[in-house]
Design a protein around this ligand. Structure first.
Ligand code: FVH
Length: 307
C-alpha cells in the first residue's frame, strides 16, 4: 500500500489486539495517557468498556491492524497470535508489532523471524506485572528485539510499566522473564510444602505464612553472595556453606514422617547428592548451579543427536 494511502487509514496511535485482563489494562493505561487507541477482541463484547472510555472498536483484525502504525498483541499463547496475525501479514507490512503475549524464547524468535519476513518491525515484551499494576510504577515489562522500535515507542511503553530493553535477540526478554518466574514458583512450591508439613500440628497455612515470609525475605540477602561465587566460578572460596553441610535428607525424612510428599525438597536434595557423589562435598552449596548447567547441556546435545 502506498504511504499516502496508508496514512489515511491510520486513525489511531495504537491498535490493541486482545482485551483479556492484561490487554484491557494496557489499553486503559494508553487511553489514560492521551493516546488514541483502536481495540479488537475475538469476543467483541469485551471492547464495550474501553469504547466508553474513548477507544475505537474494530470489527475485524484487518481493520484494527490498518488503523495504527503500532499494533500490540496481548493474546493467550503463540497459536492465538499466529491465528490472529497470520491472515493479516500483508497489512502488517511497514508497521511495528509489539507482542506482549507470553511465549517461550524460541517462540518469540520464530515470531520475530516471521515478522522480518513480512517487513514488520518486531519488539517482544514480557510482562512482569499483574493487570492491577499496569499504569503504575510497580512491576515492569522487559523488551527485546528491534532497538529502533523500543527507542521510538518508549514514551508509549513506559506508560504501561517501567520498561527495560534486553537487546536485539527477540527471545531474551522472555528468557529472563521465565527464569525469574521459575524462581518464584519454586519458592511458592517450597512454601506449600512447608505448610503441608506443619499442618499435622494444627498450624494453619496463614500462621505458617506469617513466619515464612520474613524468614524468606531475610534469606534473599544471600542471593548476591551466592551469585558472586557462581560468577567467579571458584566453589572452594572460604566462608561458604558446603554441600556436605547442606545435606537435606533429614528434611526429606521429616516430610515423609508427616505423610507429606517430599517432592520439592527431594528435588533439591537430588541436586546436592549429585554434586557430593561427584566429589565436591567440601565445596560451596552454590555448585548445584554447575550441575544444572551440565545436565541441561547433556539434554540439549541428546536432543540434537535425535534430530
Ligand atoms: N494476567 C496476568 O497477570 C499475566 C501477567 C503476565 C503476562 N501474562 C500474559 O499476558 C497474556 C494475556 O493475558 P490475559 O491475562 O489478558 O489473559 P486472558 O484474560 O485469559 O485473555 C486472553 C486473551 O486472548 C484472547 N484469545 C485467546 N485465544 C485466542 C485465539 N485463538 N484467537 C484470538 N484471541 C484469542 C482472548 O480472547 P477472548 O477469549 O476474549 O475472545 C483474550 O482476549 C498471556 O500470554 C499471559 O500469559 C498475563
Amino acid at each position: 500500500m502506498p504511504e499516502s494511502t496508508r496514512n489515511q487509514v491510520r486513525t489511531t496511535d495504537i491498535s490493541m489486539l486482545g482485551l483479556g485482563a492484561m490487554g484491557s489494562a494496557l489499553a486503559t493505561a494508553s487511553l489514560g495517557s492521551g493516546r488514541s487507541v483502536t481495540v479488537w477482541n475475538r469476543t467483541p463484547d469485551r471492547a464495550r468498556g474501553l469504547v466508553a472510555h474513548g477507544a475505537r472498536a474494530a470489527g475485524a483484525v484487518r481493520e484494527a491492524v490498518t488503523a495504527s502504525p503500532v499494533v500490540v498483541a496481548c493474546l493467550l499463547t503463540l497459536p492465538s497470535v499466529q491465528e490472529t496475525l497470520g491472515p493479516v501479514a500483508d497489512e502488517l507490512r511497514g508497521r511495528t508489532l509489539v507482542n506482549l503475549t507470553t511465549t517461550t524464547p524460541g517462540e518469540a524468535r520464530a515470531l520475530a523471524s516471521w515478522a522480518a519476513g513480512h517487513g514488520v518491525d518486531y519488539l517482544d515484551g514480557a510482562v512482569m506485572a499483574v493487570p492491577a499494576m499496569i499504569g503504575t510504577r510497580e512491576g515492569r515489562i522487559l523488551y527485546s528485539g528491534s532497538r529502533t522500535a523500543y527507542e521510538t515507542l518508549l514514551p508509549v511503553l513506559d506508560v504501561w510499566a517501567p520498561a527495560e530493553y534486553h537487546g536485539a535477540d527477540a527471545g531474551r526478554a522472555s528468557l529472563v522473564d521465565l527464569a525469574m518466574l521459575s524462581g518464584m514458583y519454586q519458592m511458592f512450591a517450597g512454601f506449600f510444602h512447608g505448610a503441608a508439613m506443619v499442618a499435622s500440628t494444627g498450624m494453619t497455612a496463614s500462621d505458617f505464612a506469617a513466619r515464612q515470609a520474613p524468614f524468606l525475605s531475610a534469606m534473599t540477602h544471600g542471593l548476591a553472595d551466592y551469585a558472586k561465587v557462581v560468577d567467579g566460578g571458584d566453589y572452594t572460596v572460604p566462608g561458604q556453606q558446603s554441600l556436605d553441610f547442606s545435606d537435606l535428607s533429614h528434611i526429606v525424612r521429616t516430610s515423609e514422617e508427616q505423610g507429606v510428599d517430599p517432592a520439592p525438597i527431594a528435588a533439591v536434595q537430588a541436586l546436592i547428592s549429585r554434586q557430593i557423589a561427584a566429589g565436591h562435598g567440601a565445596e560451596s552449596f552454590s555448585r548445584v548451579y554447575e550441575g544444572l548447567r551440565a545436565a541441561g547441556s547433556q539434554a540439549v546435545s541428546t536432543e540434537g543427536a535425535a534430530a
